[in-house]
Ligand binder design. Structure first.
Ligand SMILES: Cc1cc2nc3c(=O)[nH]c(=O)nc-3n(C[C@H](O)[C@H](O)[C@H](O)COP(=O)(O)OP(=O)(O)OC[C@H]3O[C@@H](n4cnc5c(N)ncnc54)[C@H](O)[C@@H]3O)c2cc1C
Length: 384
């Protein structure tokens, strides 16, 4: 290993930098990707350690108290297709208008999740939607650098560890034409657990899954509805509270070990922009829109202020106090807490339902909250 295995995020900076191409990224038994060095080819140049964002700190001048914006896209169709408030699309549109490149995560028809590049709208539209497992970076830091050196505008979006990996790979060199966006992140889930879940669903419905959307908004944003589409055209919708995969995910039980000690879940954030869900909005003018999806945007530096001014015509937005976002969205400032069940759930045999029931049971009050919905829950909380 290049850094301590428990801390390695799988960001792939080492894989991208290796001049001898002797590092491959391989899945371990729990379903997480790690670098593997071919010792016969390695010349001990030390580049992998030099760019590792775990061994080295990535320095920036980002704000400890970023400007905090509550926003949603003004185009209802875009908003419906986006997981949160559609801010990614507003940013991607801006970059494509400047003939730039967007690099983000896409899931293909084999349900493999990886980063890829887009130069047109039709290409980045496929990136929309939160995929609750880890995207493989592959050689996209090399790609990003290639375009940066050609003076093209590059938008790179990913989990905070992936943005840190990019800065590490770029050896902290400042590029005016690079825009980075880090997602507020619970954690990266096990691919093995996800593949098992997919296998179970295909067996149950006797058909191959064509696509999966983890947050289908047609049936409610706050309930986290998974929509599964099969090759024969059948569609099923599963409420996260009844779903073995999403329950295990939202109960923090199936993450990479490094996520529980994430060094990037803090302020100042790592990227120019941080985006996520605005969980508890106190402004009455916007609260009725909640079920359509509302984003939080943190403007972490001057570059993000300037770009935000260019994209805000596509968004309905208001500035809010930072505390309003951080108080209900733990992962802006802290990593997820490792539950006891994490030690067993990815090791033991059993179906995803059996394992979820054994190691991350839903509480009765969670079912009640799910039934009542967001607005009623907020009202009840205010009366407390
Ligand atoms: C694994 C994960 C955990 C998250 N946890 C939280 C959380 O705890 N709190 C919170 O407020 N928000 C969280 N989010 C962010 C939130 O779900 C939305 O993705 C975000 O607000 C962007 O929404 P949007 O409508 O602007 O983008 P959309 O139009 O929905 O686009 C989503 C963007 O995220 C990128 N993306 C999707 N999946 C991945 C992935 N697995 N890895 C890297 N990039 C990806 C895509 O490239 C795309 O650019 C998480 C997202 C992910 C992917």
């Amino acid at each position: 290993m290049i850094c301590n295995k428990e801390k390695c995020t799988g960001c792939s900076a080492c894989y991208n930098i290796c001049p001898k191409k002797c590092i491959s990224m391989e899945y371990d038994d729990e379903g997480f990707i790690y670098p593997l060095i071919d010792k016969n080819k390695c010349v001990n140049c030390g580049m992998c350690r030099k760019v590792c964002p775990i061994i080295n700190d990535i320095k920036n001048d980002n704000r400890i108290e970023p400007k905090t914006i509550c926003a949603y896209h003004i185009d209802d169709k875009i908003l419906e297709d986006s997981s949160s408030g559609g801010v990614f699309t507003a940013l991607a549109d801006y970059v494509i208008r400047q003939k730039g490149i967007v690099i983000g995560a896409m899931m293909n028809e084999n349900l493999e999740l990886f980063h890829t590049k887009a130069e047109k709208r039709e290409e980045y539209e496929k990136m929309r939607g939160s995929k609750y497992l880890q995207s493989e970076i592959r050689d996209n830091y090399i790609e990003a650098k290639k375009y940066l050196e050609q003076n093209k505008l590059v938008l790179f979006i990913g989990c905070p560890c992936q943005i840190a990996g990019l800065y590490g790979f770029l050896e902290n060199k400042y590029y005016e034409n690079l825009i980075t966006v880090d997602l507020i992140c619970h954690g990266a889930a096990s691919k093995r657990f996800f593949d098992k879940y997919i296998e179970e669903k295909e067996k149950k419905y006797k058909n191959k899954i064509k696509s999966i959307s983890f947050r289908d908004k047609k049936r409610g944003y706050s309930k986290y509805i998974t929509k599964i589409t099969f090759e024969n055209g059948k569609e099923i919708y599963i409420n996260a509270i009844k779903d073995s995969y999403m329950t295990s995910y939202m109960k923090y039980s199936i993450y990479r070990e490094s996520c529980y000690q994430c060094k990037f879940a803090k302020l100042p954030r790592i990227a120019d922009f941080t985006i996520g869900d605005f969980r508890e909005i106190k402004d009455k003018s916007i609260i009725d829109r909640y079920e359509k999806g509302i984003s939080v945007i943190l403007l972490n530096n001057k570059k993000s202020d300037i770009i935000f001014n260019c994209i805000k015509k596509d968004l309905a937005c208001i500035e809010r106090p930072l505390e309003e976002a951080t108080s209900t969205n733990r992962n802006i400032t802290k990593p997820s807490i490792r539950p006891d069940g994490r030690s067993y759930i990815l090791k033991e045999e059993g179906t995803t339902k059996e394992l979820q029931r054994k190691y991350c049971k839903r509480l009765f009050k969670e079912y009640i909250a799910n039934m009542l919905g967001y607005k009623i829950m907020l009202k009840l909380r205010k009366k407390d």
